[in-house]
Design a protein around this ligand. Sequence first.
Ligand code: KIV
Ligand code: NA
Length: 270
Amino acid sequence: KKRAPVPDDIRAAKGGTPLVSLTAYTTPMAQLMDAHCDFVLVGDSVGMVLHGLPSTLGVTMEMMILHGQAVARGLTSAMMVTDLPFGSYEESPQQAFRNAARLMRETGAGAVKLEGGVGMADTIAFLVQRGIPVMAHIGLTPQSVNTLGGYRVQGRGAARDALMKDAKSVSNAGAFAVVLEKIPETLANDVTANIPIPTIGIGASAGCDGQILVLDDMLGLFTAFKAKFVKRYAHLGDDAEAAIAAYAAEVRAREFPGKEHVFADKAPEK
Ligand code: KIV
Ligand code: NA
């Protein structure tokens, strides 16, 4: 089996076959995507899609570690990246290093992701210089939902230059890739053409160097809302509910368990 990519392999994929990525939070789903993804993100979206939190702000280091450990057990050929949760890195480069090192030590992740552009460049450089590969995340950065005023498209009109500056500064700081979330397609293409590291799009452009989606969104498991950029490749939530309803009806009708699910008093003879 091919060895798992390392951050330098991801960086080297700039301009080539698009990088494929999904989020994962559990071992079985990590196993299913392992052979199909270049890297798997243990996203802080876990707070919303699995824990019912209203945003990603309530996600803790402990949650990221527990889910990171579960995902690591399911991966052999994809690289794992783990999100730094809100409040674990913004205060100082030192705080970021301490928490990023802990995440990598306790989960085995090969890299961390953090949100922010120009304002996080010093922190990215500090981490990279000390052995921590960093994936950046700019555009719509959900941990800043309270200062962004909602989950709006970013980088439109006058905000275009600032987004381009963010991209260049995280690249110059040493990030090995950058997630572009919810920005205009033309801007995503421009950014992709103007920085030397891969751009990973989500609500960005098919011209990005790679794509990522939240697993539960694309499987139709998370249905509280659907962003425009989400494509549902399956409707597992509907399938799960139908299965649960069928089970409930069979139990009430004494149709389950059936003959094949119950035990005779005597074990059958050999
Ligand atoms: O937490 C997450 O799932 C993410 C991706 C949407 C990039 O950060
Ligand atoms: Na995230």
